[in-house]
Design a protein. Structure first.
Length: 449
């Protein structure tokens, strides 16, 4: 199989910094100065040149203005009001009003803040409904919140699992369990996009059905924000939380965010107050009594890291310049479709329906292969495709992953048998998708020979 030559194709933005093969030690790529094939923005987005410049500017301001930079800033971004630069951009990305969002904290700490406000179990209504095998940090948070209320996670956490032989959830199964268990459910809390399978849950439908049953509905949008179109306010979502270092390219461990629908402003006031949630007009007067900002920003506690905000701002400015989520989603559909097309053409691809019959008996003698467990319908997924390597538990995934790295292809592994690949609209190309699939084929050949 010859290395494919792609028709001319450019990403939505040329502002991103992509490592070279030499940078990552791709020993099977002689073109060491060429850029790697980075298909891992679902795990950590690449840095933008804009972000790098803005971070450097803030370092310079720190060095030349010191504490004065909180109120007097040579670039018009005083640190005391820096979040005002980001709030309208984040609000547009998640489909919310500006007062409904805040840039703050980390994903799991924000999740705890929101659950503490919205998870109010009673003897009759006490369950948390989520997907089975949610991201571990979410599972830990759910369990600890339940225990804090004196309940047993074994009975208070209700998980929806895929049907036998399937890897993703059917919409009807989720809605059916909400209808059946609704009177006992206090909180419905799913991932917007499931981290392992890449399934985009029907958020509007789930939210609506939860509300019909009197449940609070929240979302973990770690893999949804910046990836798929969102309309949190119009969907009547109660709350949501997210990180920003994946599709929003904010830097490793970058600042997170939260959303709370404005209908809760007079009901759910911050329980764990901090000075940065105090209204700005008197915040620096240091009054003894907490006077929270109305809305989501009242949940802020400490002043945010300006360098983290600058890194996020640089990326969000690029989102705005390319037209936000409309063009991003359109290109995402193109890229993920192209990657899928080339993967399906691989001699090592096994249709999901054939996996059980092909590998059920004498699996050790079966030819190594892979299938795709992400939904095939574009409307039910984001940018990510999750590849399950076969035979399950045979170590094929680890060998393929190592070979891909040597070929300069960066995805991410999920033990024991999955590699996730995600072409990102802002900086990936059709050529990346073609070459990623090509080197996957080469990786299989190298371990099969």
């Amino acid at each position: 199989m010859a290395l494919p030559s792609s028709t001319p194709d450019t990403p939505l933005s040329n502002e991103f910094i992509i490592p070279t093969n030499n940078d990552i030690g791709a020993k099977l790529r002689p073109d060491g100065d060429s850029k790697i094939i980075y298909l891992c923005g679902n795990s950590l987005g690449l840095p933008s040149k804009r972000s790098t410049a803005l971070v450097q500017e803030e370092l310079n301001v720190w060095g030349t203005r010191a504490v004065i930079g909180h109120f007097s800033h040579p670039h018009g971004r005083p640190w005391a009001e820096y979040c005002d630069e980001l709030t309208p951009l984040i609000a547009e990305i998640v489909g919310a009003k500006e007062k409904e969002v805040a840039c703050m904290g980390t994903l799991t700490s924000n999740l705890h803040l929101m659950m503490d406000s919205f998870y109010k179990p009673t003897p009759e209504r006490y369950k948390i409904l989520c997907e089975a095998k949610a991201f571990p940090s979410d599972q830990y948070a759910f369990a600890s919140q339940v225990v804090a209320h004196g309940l047993d996670p074994a009975t208070a956490i209700l998980e929806v699992s895929p049907r036998e032989g399937e890897y993703t959830l059917r919409e009807e199964d989720i809605l059916d369990i909400i209808k059946k268990e609704g009177p006992s459910i206090a909180l419905v809390l799913f991932s917007g996009v499931q981290y392992y399978t890449g399934q985009w849950f029907p958020m509007q439908e789930i939210t609506s059905k939860a509300k019909e049953q009197g449940c609070i509905c929240g979302w973990d949008l770690a893999h949804g924000v910046g990836n798929v179109p969102l309309s949190l306010h119009d969907w009547d979502v109660d709350f949501a939380v997210w990180c920003t270092y994946k599709y929003l390219n904010s830097s490793p461990g970058g600042i997170a965010g939260l959303y709370m629908h404005e209908k809760w402003n007079d009901i759910e006031r911050p329980k764990f107050a901090g000075w940065w949630g105090h209204e700005l007009s008197t915040r620096f007067d240091m009054p003894p009594k907490f006077s929270p900002i109305i809305g989501a920003q009242g949940f802020q506690q400490s002043n945010p890291c300006i360098l983290a905000l600058a890194a996020l701002l640089g990326s969000l400015q690029i989102f705005k310049e390319v037209g936000m989520m409309g063009p991003i989603r359109e290109r995402s559909l193109l890229l993920t479709g192209a990657l899928e097309k080339h993967l399906l053409e691989s001699e090592y691809f096994v249709p999901l329906r054939d996996v059980a019959s092909r590998y059920s008996s004498n699996a050790s003698a079966a030819k190594p292969g892979f299938t795709i467990i992400t939904p095939t319908e574009p409307s039910k997924r984001g940018a990510q495709l999750s590849l399950l390597f076969l035979p399950i538990g045979s170590g094929v995934m680890q060998k393929v992953f190592a070979a891909l790295s040597d070929y300069g292809v960066v995805g991410d592994e999920r033990e024991p048998d999955v590699i996730r690949l995600a072409p990102i609209p802002l900086y990936n190309t059709i050529k990346d998708c073609e070459r990623g699939a090509f080197y996957l084929e080469e990786a299989f050949k190298s371990i099969h020979s």
